[in-house]
Write a protein that binds this ligand. Structure first.
Ligand SMILES: CC(=O)c1nc(NC(=O)[C@H]2CNCCN2)sc1-c1cc(O)cc(O)c1
Length: 130
């Protein structure tokens, strides 16, 4: 195994822990599973790239993330999808937009605090080469 494969394994262990923490926070339960397309029948007419925390955990296991930035891009996608699908001035839409912004800010803050910045720079260099 190459030296950088050990770095990517360390990244996967780190990202699984972040994903677990976010998915176990009850505030974010709406974002833990793919949107149920049986229930929300017009979802794919509006949202072209669905994303959720369970799918992200699977992507970690499938080596789809080569740096934390790529992981945060999917978190930002979960948030953007919720803002796009819930634009109304109703309290229910406002509440889900608030939860989506809270998920985004918690994810970025968790990674900022727990991740060594030099390690992320090394991972981003690996990501560029792949
Ligand atoms: C995640 C998401 O974006 C989402 N948005 C919804 N919006 C609405 O229902 C708004 C849309 N505007 C008109 C009034 N209804 S429900 C919903 C959702 C919640 C869950 O607990 C699980 C799930 O899979 C999806």
């Amino acid at each position: 195994k190459r030296k950088e494969d050990y770095k990517l394994r360390e990244l996967r262990i780190f990202l699984r822990d972040i994903c677990r923490k976010l998915a176990s926070n009850r505030r974010f339960y709406k974002f833990t599973k793919p949107v149920d397309l049986e229930e929300v029948t017009d979802y794919l007419d509006i949202i072209k790239q669905p994303m959720d925390l369970e799918t992200m955990m699977t992507k970690v296991d499938m080596h789809k993330y080569n740096c934390a930035k790529e992981f945060l891009d999917d978190i930002d996608l979960i948030c953007a999808n919720a803002l796009e699908y819930n634009p109304d001035r109703t309290s229910s839409d406002k509440q889900i937009r608030h939860e989506a912004c809270s998920l985004r800010d918690h994810a970025h803050a968790l990674i900022e605090v727990e991740m060594d910045s030099d390690f992320e720079i090394e991972c981003q260099d690996i990501a560029k080469r792949r």
